[in-house]
Design a protein around this ligand. Sequence first.
Ligand code: ZN
Length: 220
Amino acid sequence: MGPILVMGMSAAADMVAPSLPGAGLLNSKVLVLNRSYLPVHVTSVKRAFALLYQGVAKAVDEQYHTFDFDSWRDFSATAPDHEIVTTISWKIRVPRVIVLLFFDRLPKKEVKFTRHNVFERDKNTCQYCGQIFERNDLNLDHVVPRDRGGLTIWENVVCSCIPCNTRKGNRLPREAQMSLIRKPKRPKWRPFVQVTFSSPQHESWRHFVDLAYWNVELSD
Ligand SMILES: [Zn+2]
């Protein structure tokens, strides 16, 4: 709740008053983009207003125009049909997307080592023959087999199609005269599916979530 105090104005205090009709709206969700317009987070309307007011974020409308706090307040007057938070002195539209002005990178967050995320990292591509498959037709392969000391870690597990997996069997790739198309590494990205599926979406988020899905470099 820290940032809301920074607003330090009576209107801001009004906006968090639980008795106001807008209180539920203030806890609803806003998509946060970094400076490259990649989704990095989902926050509350309340915090989004605080970030706008502090000048570290801008609101983004349906036409991808950006607004600072004052211009957003002015703009709100022209959009009477939208979700509005009312204060004693003025009405302000609820932003559904905000863009951070000073944040370039994706948050440094450990990517969970899951089957799904290995498929994401390897782009559903068999790391031996280089072909793309449906996920149902892919296995996870231990490059160094488990019973030869191979660990179940990012650096030793890759996507493999079933024929390659069978051909390699319980051998090292070189023993099977096979080679990896890419050295497996721990990915640095954060999977956007967290943003996509873990929170209720607004239609206005779709463009950015889709954009991120197609443009983000999945493997390092
Ligand atoms: Zn293969």
